[in-house]
Design a protein around this ligand. Structure first.
Ligand code: SF4
Length: 398
């Protein structure tokens, strides 16, 4: 299966490009009280270490907005301020952050939105227009009766057009719902009528496991059809897990190649080593490696080496002895007690060699649509490129 990415405009959030030919980026949001700078920074550091490329923090009040400069000063990735209800918080945040997210459904009167636009424009930063099924404008709820994909898309298009009419185009858009079908359809509907970069996500997806599954289905569906420029997996869990799941989704679709991809067999009656423990330990201990490497842990040699042919390196259990293989070829036999350490050492070495050779992460932005298929959503929508309205653009001052 090949993926043709939808061609979107490109914006820049800090040093991260979103849309156009930029790789799909992974973002997350802190769960700490933003006013508590130390706690927030502790979480941000863990997110940065996990590879999170953009980090959003909630700004619920002026004290949180005042903490932003201290947070921003210690960060290595772009900072996004999440604002609801009070536009004055957006004005304050725009002074320091790399992007401001507002929800037009709850920010209030239009003049408040225009003040936010002026502020982000003065600071040369983009806006994320984030509509949400839970906070649609009253007229749309009256029109549709309840939140629907059409209502979400209409809400986002209304906001985008209103911003365009005052000459503002430096934005990305999200249309989130916790219902997977609704979210997917809303993104498709919108993407047929606008080519702003899309921040995709299934909101309030659930706990680590259910949220990961819902997100993988919803985001996987969108991404495999070319829709989505940056993503956030929303989990009721440690946000570091959101980053891991986000990358796994992109890696599974071969849209990003980053870090260790652990291939582990499900085990069966032939298993000779503790595959489950070893695979989990590998993910933990090799999580710092950014170079893409497929590492295989297979329970036995019967099918092991064959099953692990696609891996760069791997181990398989044998009778009282393990084997280490590279690209499907036996390298040497290793006592089972030493197998894990031996593999970790070899992977670290391989990663170093690859990095030295300049083959770190290679963004995969290929994908001619080889099979000629295009997505059709439950609304019967064929995904198609959209046209851009010709509008004046405010000068970018940063
Ligand atoms: S690799 Fe061996 S232990 Fe694992 S599933 Fe295949 S046959 Fe079973």
């Amino acid at each position: 299966m090949y993926i043709t990415r939808r061609k979107t405009r490109q914006i820049q959030v800090g040093n991260v490009k979103i849309g156009g030919d930029a790789p799909v980026s992974v973002q997350s949001m802190t769960t700490t009280d933003t006013r508590d700078v130390n706690a927030t920074m502790e979480q941000i550091r863990r997110l940065e270490e996990a590879g999170c490329e953009l980090i959003r923090v909630a700004v619920p009040d002026m004290e949180a907005a005042t903490a932003l400069p201290k947070i921003k000063a210690q960060m290595t990735v772009p900072l996004i301020a999440d604002i609801h209800f009070d536009h004055r918080l957006a004005l304050k945040a725009a002074e320091v952050v790399d992007c401001v997210r507002i929800n037009p459904g709850n920010i209030g009167a239009w003049w408040k939105v225009t003040e936010v636009i002026k502020a982000v424009n003065d600071h040369g930063i983009p806006l994320r227009v984030g509509v949400n099924g839970g906070s649609l404008e009253r007229p749309l709820l009256e029109k549709y009766g309840y939140p629907t994909a059409e209502a979400l898309s209409e809400s986002a298009l209304n906001a985008v057009r209103a911003l365009e009419d005052v000459g503002f185009t430096n934005m990305k858009v999200s249309l989130k719902a916790s219902d997977v079908h609704m979210a997917v359809d809303a993104y498709y509907l919108f993407s047929q009528q606008s080519n702003y970069p899309l921040h995709i996500g299934i909101t309030e997806a659930g706990t680590a496991m259910t949220g990961a599954v819902k997100s993988a289905i919803g985001l996987g569906w969108l991404l495999s059809s070319g829709v989505g420029d940056t993503l956030r997996v929303s989990l009721a869990a440690d946000p570091v897990e959101e980053v891991k799941v986000g990358f796994e989704i992109l890696k599974s679709l071969e849209l990003r190649h980053r870090g260790i991809n652990v291939i582990a067999c499900p085990t069966c009656g032939r298993v000779e080593i503790d595959v489950v423990r070893m695979a989990n330990e590998l993910e933990k201990r090799l999580g710092h490696i950014k170079t893409p490497l497929n590492v295989s842990v297979l329970g036995c040699v019967v099918n092991g080496i064959g099953e692990g042919k696609e891996a760069d390196i791997g181990i398989a259990g044998g009778e009282g002895v393990g084997i280490l293989f590279k690209k499907g070829k036996l390298v040497r036999k290793v006592p089972i007690a030493e197998l894990m350490e031996c593999l970790i050492e070899e992977v670290e070495q391989m990663a170093k060699e690859k990095e030295a050779g300049g083959s770190g992460e290679t963004p995969v932005e290929h994908h001619a649509n080889g099979n000629g298929r295009s997505h059709q959503s439950s609304l019967g929508l064929e995904h198609a490129p959209s046209t851009i309205r010709e509008i004046p653009v405010l000068p970018n001052k940063r």
